[in-house]
Ligand binder design. Structure first.
Ligand code: TLP
Length: 346
């Protein structure tokens, strides 16, 4: 894959030489016994960044979300979630399989829900109904095209949840992107959620790892289920060190990914048959439609691959691109040139 410009996802980044050095030099211990100093340092750092009592290191964003769902709910409970969200669509049906919950899906505007929509979905106390227990939000929203949840909306949803005795989990796989784009600190977003999951292996460029943060009682439950789900790892400071390095060095630079994404969107807008609104590109994800080109997304993907650019088809005529640490502004120019060759200018 070395010679390709890979815009399929921000998960594709490789650890940089200084990140690898930090990994090689990490102090380690058995984390199942809570004795890995580097994991402990990472957990404390993220808990602090998110303003939560404590936090726990887990292998993936999927496990982070599913552990949160498991720890907040009982089988048969209902979870209110946006219809195109990650935990509902891209986690292998884990909510049903591992926690026995059912989802109440609401369609958001580019993934963003309003408190009023949620209010209507909350079940009343009637034994015919499932028990509404949890609301899951996603910030930034992946299939919403990297859209940012306006903080007032999250606060409003949180107040509604508390007035109804409900819990909120925030899938913050790309919360760092939202924070850099808006200047709103991660803990300011996180204050409006009972639990937050964040990823180190997306825009931040670590090879592996996510974190769940919340209260001590909640994280204690997560710790038990992490063992049950097979996510208890041993001398994992080697990976946690990459996470610490990423938090120290790769947050601010996310702004470059956002600029690259905007540039890409503006360039794509000039091409024949592309439907895209560059104003909707708020962070590092670009979603666009090529129905008017007469090509399918799959054909486009194949054509771009021949030109050395990897892209991600997400529908019959819909394509997703993601900018990241391993895609420089020169790479973005080259990718635009390749698109231009395949589609030609308007
Ligand atoms: N998203 C991946 C794919 O699974 C689609 C991607 O390429 O964007 N929450 C959000 C919002 C995510 O985008 C992802 C990964 C996850 C959770 C899961 O993280 P991992 O891949 O670590 O399990």
């Amino acid at each position: 894959m070395k010679d390709f410009i890979d815009l399929r996802s921000d998960t594709v980044t490789k650890p940089t030489p200084p990140m690898r050095k930090a990994m090689a030099e990490a102090e380690v211990g058995d984390d199942v016994f809570g004795e890995d100093p580097t994991v402990n340092a990472l957990q404390e750092k993220v808990a602090q960044l998110l303003g939560k009592e404590t936090a726990i290191f887990v292998p993936s964003g999927t496990m982070a979300n599913q552990l949160a769902i498991k720890s907040h709910t009982q089988p048969g409970d209902e979870v209110i979630i946006e219809a195109t969200s990650h935990p509902y669509n891209f986690e292998g049906g884990a909510g049903a399989a591992l926690s026995g919950v059912q989802f109440y899906c609401l369609k958001g505007l580019r993934g963003i829900l309003d408190a009023s929509q949620i209010e209507e979905a909350i079940r009343s106390e009637d034994h015919h109904f499932p028990v509404t227990r949890l609301i899951c939000l996603e910030n930034t929203h992946n299939r919403g095209g990297g859209s940012i949840y306006p903080i007032e909306k999250i606060a409003e949803i949180y107040r509604l949840a508390k007035s109804k005795g409900l819990l909120i989990h925030l899938d913050g796989a790309r919360l760092w992107n939202a924070s850099v784009a808006t200047g709103i600190k991660p803990h300011e977003y996180a204050q409006w959620a009972d639990s937050v999951s964040v990823c180190l292996s997306k825009g931040l460029g670590a090879p592996i790892g996510s974190i769940v943060a919340g209260s001590k009682t909640f994280i204690d439950r997560v710790h038990r289920f992490r063992k049950m789900f097979g996510g208890g790892m041993r001398q994992v400071g080697i990976i946690a060190a990459a996470g610490i390095y990423a938090l120290d060095h790769h947050i601010e630079r996310l702004g470059e990914d956002h600029q690259n994404a905007k540039h890409l969107a503006l360039g794509l807008k000039e091409l024949k048959g592309v439907s895209i609104d560059p104003d909707q590109v708020e962070t590092n994800i670009i979603i666009f439609n090529i129905a008017d080109t007469g090509m399918t997304a799959f054909q486009m993907t194949e054509a771009m691959k021949k030109k050395g650019v990897l892209i991600h088809p997400i529908g019959k005529t819909q394509i997703r691109l993601v900018t990241h640490l391993d895609a420089s502004s020169e790479d973005i120019e080259k990718a635009l040139k390749a698109f231009e060759k395949v589609l030609s200018r308007k």
